[in-house]
Design a protein around this ligand. Structure first.
Ligand SMILES: Nc1ncnc2c1ncn2[C@@H]1O[C@H](COP(=O)(O)OP(=O)(O)OP(=O)(O)O)[C@@H](O)[C@H]1O
Length: 618
């Protein structure tokens, strides 16, 4: 939905907001209910960016809602600050600053621990509002007397005091909020948010500082919450203490789930359903407090039958009717099964495409990588033992070894995914031992994984784009409103990569719909789009059919033109065809090094592989 033509969604939103006062009263919505929906919708935009787009489920958004709301209300009621709109903006800024500080702590953990920290922090804020800060916040009485906004146009003053006139103010705020959010999710930062949601480890490994981006999402969500909190006080002429309650965060999450997570409009729609049901069940059917029982049932039914909420359901219906499947709805069958039954796309012979490389730091020639005395222990197990290894500029180097010989562990140390127990790694003359995987990727050393590490709910193009963004923008850049369509260098790098890995015909296909061989090529494409000067490929042929192997070897040959690569693989025939030098690992140590011919005829290697049976490589 968010990929629709530029400005189409904005235009539809504007029309919807303009028509709402004429249509909604006929559907039983009172103006006050519509205003509350807008405040919840505004609050939910930030939450959706945090959870729906970045995958960070926070149960503590009430902390920022209350902070922004009470700060603005305090200014307007107790501090004698007369300007409502600036007060709301100041409340937003304070909430964002508090969000930054809270994010620094909460984002130190991931998953359920992150969620639990946000719950704890929200509870702390609730307590602080009631006790130490009661003189400022009014404690359990809240802050009454919050004025409504006015806008002085010089020749006249607009008063947005009640009902539909306040709606005009809130509708403009919502519209600005949604336009900014749409810009953010369509920007490079938005693409990286989605990548973090899908696979944070890979997002890190292709060169993004994901902690910085998560913190940015957290601050954005806090800012939206703070502004919405201020609007709540303005709307009710009273800032209620329950803004800080955990229930507020819970209601936001449920409303977002009902409307559709990851859609930006879901929280608005969810709030409309929630508040409509509340009014209808409580007043029209006279259910009183029991209305929540019915709401609970509605919620369970919706989540069971519309797992992506109402908007997700509408999207699915649209795709069903038009015969397309959405990238955000992976099939439920096992990926392996999908791989096996998918019809492969027509194969195109690998073409040599000139890819941009990061400029080398040193001069040409000589070793690009030197590892000395690399050792890695896992408890009592020595996976790599005192390995010395050198890769020359422009070389195509292979590594073989029986299962468990320590090949993948060695690669993980070279890319700094795993710290060595001892030893040193020098890349282009720089000691990279102990650096982060992100920094090493930014220096120009990266790898493709033995087990695919893709962004599953993103399309092929989006996957490659995320990797290319790291190459072009560095570890972290807050270009929140940049239009990716206007980045010709990005589009060129993405197109070149897609062409190189023969995926140009599958650009808009979600990863979950790709055949296994295509996924393997995309895996290589992600590493390539990082524009590495040294590319490590961990078993690129693993799990492929004989035909796919032949094609992938041809592909690797074309990739290797002008590039330095180290390839691990068990398929020795293919590997020997590809590389000019081979290192054999056995039991974590270098057994022997040499040209493919030397390795084929080496007795130690024959011994290692088939207990000395001659002719194993012939
Ligand atoms: N995180 C870990 N914790 C404990 N042991 C590990 C860990 N990672 C690897 N090992 C062990 O280290 C040894 C080397 O594993 P590694 O995966 O590097 O071998 P490999 O040569 O890549 O094997 P394969 O060809 O099967 O992929 C194995 O005995 C493995 O069980």
């Amino acid at each position: 939905m968010l990929k629709a033509r530029p400005f189409l969604i904005e235009a539809i939103t504007a029309v919807g907001l303009l028509l709402a006062p004429f249509i909604l009263p006929h559907l039983g919505f009172a103006p006050n209910t519509v205003n509350r929906i807008l405040v919840w919708g505004l609050f939910g935009i930030g939450f959706d960016i945090l959870f729906g787009f970045t995958g960070l489920l926070s149960f503590g958004q009430s902390a920022f809602y209350g902070t922004g709301g009470f700060f603005a209300a305090y200014l307007l009621t107790r501090a004698g600050f007369p300007y409502v709109i600036p007060a709301l903006l100041l409340g937003m800024v304070v909430a964002a600053v508090v969000g930054y500080l809270v994010g620094l702590i909460a984002l130190r953990r991931t998953g359920i621990y992150f969620a639990m920290i946000t719950v704890a922090i929200a509870e702390v804020f609730y307590f602080v509002e009631f006790n130490p800060l009661a003189d400022w916040t009014g404690g359990e009485n809240g802050l009454p007397g919050v004025p409504t906004p006015t806008l002085n146009l010089g020749f006249t003053t607009l008063n947005f005091d009640t009902g539909w006139s306040l709606y005009q103010f809130l509708a403009v705020c919502y519209f600005i909020g949604i336009v900014l959010a749409l810009r953010i999710v369509r920007s490079p930062v938005g693409a990286i948010f989605r990548a973090i949601r899908e696979n944070p480890l890979r997002a890190t490994a292709i060169g993004h500082n994901i902690h910085g981006y998560k913190l940015a999402a957290f601050v954005i969500a806090a800012a939206y919450a703070g502004f919405a909190g201020g609007c709540l006080g303005v709307m009710q002429a009273f800032m209620p203490p329950d803004a800080f309650m955990f229930e507020t965060s819970g209601q936001l999450i449920m409303q977002s789930a009902i409307g559709g997570i990851g859609t930006l409009f879901g929280p608005l729609l969810g709030a409309a359903v929630w508040l409509f049901l509340q009014d209808f069940l409580q007043a029209a059917l006279g259910l009183g407090a029991a209305w929540k029982l019915v709401l609970g049932l509605v919620f369970v039914l919706l989540v069971c039958f519309l797992r992506r909420g109402i908007i997700g359901g509408i999207e699915d219906l649209y795709h069903y009717l038009t015969g397309k499947r959405t990238a955000s709805e992976p099939e439920e069958s096992s990926p392996q099964l999908v791989d096996e039954v998918k019809v492969h796309t027509p194969r195109v012979p690998a073409r040599v495409v000139q890819m941009p490389h990061r400029q080398p730091e040193g001069g040409k020639g000589g070793p690009i990588l030197q590892a000395s005395g690399l050792t890695r222990r896992f408890g009592g197990l020595v996976a790599n033992n005192n390995i010395d290894f050198t890769v020359e500029q422009g070389a195509l180097h292979g590594i073989i070894g029986p299962n468990g010989a320590g090949k993948s562990t060695f690669f993980k140390m070279l890319t700094c995914e795993l710290p060595p127990s001892s030893g040193k790694i020098v890349f282009e003359g720089r000691d990279i031992t102990g650096m982060t995987v992100t920094n090493v990727c930014q220096l120009g050393l990266t790898k493709s994984y033995q087990v695919n590490q893709l962004f599953n709910r993103l399309t092929v193009r989006e996957n490659v784009t995320v990797a290319a963004l790291a190459a072009l923008r560095g570890r972290f850049k807050l270009d929140l409103f940049r239009n990716m369509r206007k980045m010709p260098e990005l589009n060129a790098l993405v197109e070149q990569t897609l062409e190189l890995v023969n995926l140009t015909g599958r650009v808009d296909t979600p990863v979950s719909d790709l055949a296994y061989g295509e996924k393997r090529r995309l895996e290589i494409g992600l590493a390539l789009a990082s524009s590495p000067r040294l590319l490590l490929l961990d078993e690129p042929l693993a799990g492929m059919s004989p035909r796919e192997r032949v094609e992938t070897v041809a592909l690797l040959k074309s990739i290797s033109a002008g590039r330095t690569m180290v390839v691990i693989d068990h398929d020795m025939d293919s590997l020997f065809e590809l590389v000019s030098k081979v290192t054999v690992l056995q039991e974590g140590q270098v057994l022997v090094e040499g040209t493919p011919d030397e390795i084929k005829s080496n007795e130690k290697v024959q011994e290692a592989y088939l207990g000395g049976m001659r002719g194993v490589f012939e």
